[in-house]
Design a protein around this ligand. Structure first.
Ligand code: NAG
Ligand code: NAG
Ligand code: NAG
Ligand code: NAG
Ligand code: NAG
Length: 231
């Protein structure tokens, strides 16, 4: 997007400036790249019985690598964000010292495979809600990245499942429900494919660097096509 926009503006300035413009746009592209990504996995929620012990998963990924990555977990307590824990990870292989601000919380990721997951011991109903896994990598100008994981605390697992089924069945007919399910699945698939393509481009733009604009652009286009066939 960035690259094309600047490219349209540049021709008025003449050929010598075009190269400068392209280099400039590549630099802009580099800065706007979402190099760091925080992820809670494919299923961003968990339903658990009170009193059980659950893991809130989170991993980070970065095309350009990390250095002194700051991360934290926050709990959305009725509108106010409460810090659950935080730390600075010096490098991909370092085991961080994590500060814990909430009771019954244990850091279990140990930064193995970029894992910054935490464990919540003996959960209560008050522990239910939204947990944000946040990361900031100084290597990419301190941009903020975060993702949300939702914990649903229930009395008994079956109760909520039945309620959901009855709700869907009574609100819409079985046929409509099936159609909705299909459309949701379709949209989700398209979304995943779009995300995969986006991710591919980002990484390629980053690694191709400033020196070879043409290759960087055509390379990203050529490579984004085979991706959907993989999944
Ligand atoms: C779940 O909560 C209820 C009500 O607060 C309590 O009576 C029950 O003992 C709790 N169950 C567990 C496993 O802690
Ligand atoms: C916070 O929770 C209390 C009850 O626990 C409720 O009365 C209040 O309206 C809530 N505040 C917000 C901002 O949601
Ligand atoms: C969780 O509950 C068990 C049994 O009640 C207790 O032994 C354990 O110490 C609790 N763990 C934490 C971290 O509170
Ligand atoms: C993160 O670490 C925890 C504890 O070692 C493990 O259970 C979990 O599977 C790991 N998650 C990923 C995505 O590797
Ligand atoms: C990142 O988040 C911090 C708060 O955690 C905020 O102060 C800062 O302005 C944010 N930076 C950007 C670029 O959004």
């Amino acid at each position: 997007m960035e690259v094309q926009w600047v490219g349209v503006e540049v021709p008025r300035l003449g050929p010598p400036h075009r190269a400068v413009g392209l280099i400039f746009s590549m630099l802009l592209g580099l800065w706007s790249v979402q190099a760091l990504e925080m992820s809670v996995g494919k299923i961003p929620f968990l339903q658990a019985v009170n009193g059980s012990t659950v893991m809130l998963p989170c991993t980070y990924a970065s095309c350009i690598g990390i250095e002194d990555l700051y991360f934290n977990w926050q709990f959305n307590d009725n509108g106010t964000m409460q810090k659950v824990c935080d730390s600075v990870i010096a490098s991909e292989t370092a085991v961080p010292h994590v500060n814990i601000y909430r009771e019954r919380v244990e850091f279990v990721g140990k930064n193995q495979n970029n894992n910054v997951s935490i464990l919540l011991w003996n959960i209560t109903f008050e522990d239910g809600g939204q947990y944000t896994c946040f990361g900031r990598n100084p290597k990419e100008k301190g941009r903020n990245h975060s993702t949300i994981f939702t914990l649903i605390v229930v009395d008994e697992l079956r109760v909520v499942d039945n309620t959901l089924t009855i709700l869907i069945a009574s609100a819409v007919g079985g046929g409509i429900a099936a159609l909705m399910g299909f459309m949701l699945l379709k949209n989700f698939t398209l979304y995943v494919l779009a995300r995969l393509e986006e991710k591919n481009k980002e990484c390629l733009v980053t690694s191709s660097g400033i020196d070879n604009t043409e290759n960087g652009l055509s390379g990203s286009k050529a490579d984004s096509k085979p991706t959907p066939k993989k999944k």
